[in-house]
Design a protein around this ligand. Structure first.
Ligand code: SAM
Length: 279
């Protein structure tokens, strides 16, 4: 019988943030695949877990996932842990999960900490609707595209960033989003945990003078719906009524529906639009 893959959430700082089920599972599986065995050994020692470990990380994830899947198929029960939080969330876990599922292996996730959830729940920005971007791409073009997609995002935005790229990321965010309200959630669950409510511009000033340090989640206020509506109204006002109607017709609307939509955008009646384009 094939083994099972257990995704085990581990602490993001405070060693007590681990469930009984995760500790039991780590004790009872045949093998623990860990992102950094030197890091995970501290957790295992703390909980007196003696299970054998193997490394599974960003730089061996494709080949090592094949090896682990072969083990699973032979009947080995494997727990996957990463350096912090829930495996598969912005870490190499995703690849092993994909390969295991493709091979018909049973995969289960044992919930626990995830930095994004800790940050969103305590930072005070809207947590009703949010979008998680993980780490922004580092390749210039992909990064630009990812940022552009965020420009009109009305949901709260959550990103992960490493200290050495933090200032650059803040500047890129300012270029695209303008000066928005953000929360910088640092060292969550640790002794020096902090949540800083600041604007992007002030954060840039702050980190130009003080080197960013520690682990950070940035939570960004979504764009105001009214601000988007105002921007749209302003852009329609720059366009003639005729161009406005044509714009919708090019998108496939009938003339009648295009006039209706243009009237709605401009806060005018259909009659006004009709009179204007028949002038
Ligand atoms: N799998 C993890 C999770 O469930 O959150 C995330 C792994 S990702 C490689 C690491 C990033 O998570 C860090 O760069 C930081 O943005 C964020 N992070 C992890 N621990 C954190 C903490 N204690 N406080 C703030 N951010 C943290």
């Amino acid at each position: 019988m094939a083994g099972k893959l257990y995704l085990c959430a581990t602490p993001i700082g405070n060693l007590d943030d681990i469930t009984f089920r995760v500790v039991d599972t780590l004790k009872n599986v045949d093998l623990i695949a860990a992102e950094d065995t030197r890091h995970t050994i501290k957790l295992l020692n703390h909980y007196d877990i003696k299970t054998k470990m193997t490394s599974y990380h960003e730089h061996n994830k494709y080949e090592k996932a094949e090896v682990l899947v072969a083990e699973l198929l032979k009947g080995t029960n494997i727990a996957l842990v990463t350096d912090a939080g829930t495996p598969g969330i912005s870490d190499p876990g995703e690849e092993l999960v994909k390969q295991a599922l493709a091979a018909g292996i049973e995969v289960t996730s044992l919930p626990g900490p995830a930095a994004l959830i800790v940050a969103v729940s305590m930072c005070g920005l809207s947590s009703r609707r949010f979008v998680f971007e993980g780490f922004l791409p580092t390749v210039k073009r992909e990064r630009k595209e990812a940022l552009a997609r965020l420009e009109n995002e009305t949901r709260t935005i959550v990103i992960y960033e490493a200290p050495h790229r933090f200032l650059k990321t803040l500047k890129d965010l300012q270029d695209v989003l303008g000066d928005r309200e953000i929360r910088i959630c640092r060292e969550l669950t640790k002794v020096h945990e902090s949540v800083l409510a600041i604007t992007i511009a002030d954060a840039i000033k702050l980190y130009e003078e003080n080197e960013p340090k520690g682990e950070m989640v940035v939570v960004i206020k979504g764009k105001d719906e009214e601000e988007i509506a105002q921007e749209e109204r302003a852009s329609w006002e720059e366009m003639s009524v005729k161009d406005h109607v044509e714009h919708y017709m090019q998108q496939g609307l009938s003339e009648k529906d295009a006039m209706k939509q243009a009237a709605r955008d401009r806060g005018l009646s259909k009659r006004d639009i009709y009179d204007e384009i028949k002038k």
